[in-house]
Design a protein around this ligand. Structure first.
Ligand code: ATP
Ligand code: MG
Length: 260
């Protein structure tokens, strides 16, 4: 079985959280499941830019990315966040290999919107490198940075990157580890199962906004492109990764068909 685990940046900031998740993910891999990890790092990016007196501007939840920002993306996302996570996974016994989408076409992108600068939309994903690594027992750890056809570097939303890679690599399960216990309704109650239509309604009604809107867009895209199971859970809950892989009904499950 193949699983793609996407880790939200806020779960990687703190060493205890990072090492705890790394141990759980290494255990999934030791159980015989092929695992690829994709991670974000928005919080770390904002902090790095702030420290240099650069204000982050967002348009529809996406960070406007100029030359200065893309340099920070490489230093922070592809640099420290990716390397620290890979180090934690290796310390936990996994054979982690730190990559970005630029390596061997794992994620090729073009410009999403000129207004956003170097923000990319993934147009294709070549699964060859991921197959080679995972078949040989390595665990790819991919920062959400994509390459352009002319050698450009694009900043890509981690969730859409995870989905593009998951569909190309033919993942059976896609798990989003985030900072909320699942998708919440207007009364802040967890919604255990959502269809594609439910997700669209939550967005249209303004209940799922910002990062969760992007996640639901990505999740519905995944289930309509053959990923059998998509789950959104809180990465800081105890033993969360083990519980998801044991089949427990935690967090929110996104399904392709009807709820019946
Ligand atoms: N209906 C909703 N249910 C749950 N969370 C929601 C909802 N609407 C908006 N959100 C927001 O979405 C956030 C999760 O998305 P966010 O992009 O911040 O995290 P991530 O994708 O896990 O991390 P990263 O973007 O660093 O990879 C929550 O912290 C919450 O503030
Ligand atoms: Mg996000």
């Amino acid at each position: 079985m193949k699983a793609l685990i996407k880790i939200g940046g806020s779960l990687l900031d703190d060493a205890t959280s990072r090492h705890g998740l790394a141990r759980q993910i290494a255990a999934v891999s030791a159980s015989g499941i092929q695992v690829t990890v994709v991670h974000g790092g928005g919080k770390q990016m904002t902090r790095f830019l702030e420290e240099r007196g650069i204000k982050s501007t967002f348009v529809r939840g996406l960070r406007v990315t100029n030359d200065e920002t893309i340099d920070a993306v490489l230093k922070v996302l592809a640099g420290s966040v990716n390397t620290q996570l890979t180090a934690a996974l290796c310390a936990a016994g996994a054979r982690g290999v730190g990559l970005t989408g630029i390596d061997s076409g794992v994620a090729l992108a073009d410009q999403l919107d000129p207004e956003l600068g170097f923000v990319g939309r993934v147009t294709s994903s070549d699964p060859a490198l991921l197959n080679t690594l995972t078949v040989a027992g390595y665990m790819p750890v991919v920062a959400c940075v994509a390459g352009g056809a002319k050698g450009e570097v694009f900043n890509v939303n981690g969730d859409s990157m995870a989905v593009a890679v998951a569909s190309a690599w033919k993942t059976d399960r896609l798990v989003f580890l985030t900072d909320v216990p699942g998708v919440l309704d207007a009364t802040k109650t967890i919604l255990p199962v959502l269809t594609v239509a439910d997700c669209a309604k939550l967005i249209a009604d303004g209940v799922a906004t910002g990062g969760m809107q992007a996640k639901l867009d990505a999740a519905t895209n995944a289930v309509t492109h053959g990923v059998a199971e998509v789950r959104i859970v809180r990465g800081s809950d105890p033993d969360i990764v083990a519980r998801v892989f044991a089949g427990e009904n935690v967090g929110t499950r996104i399904i392709a068909g009807d709820r019946s």
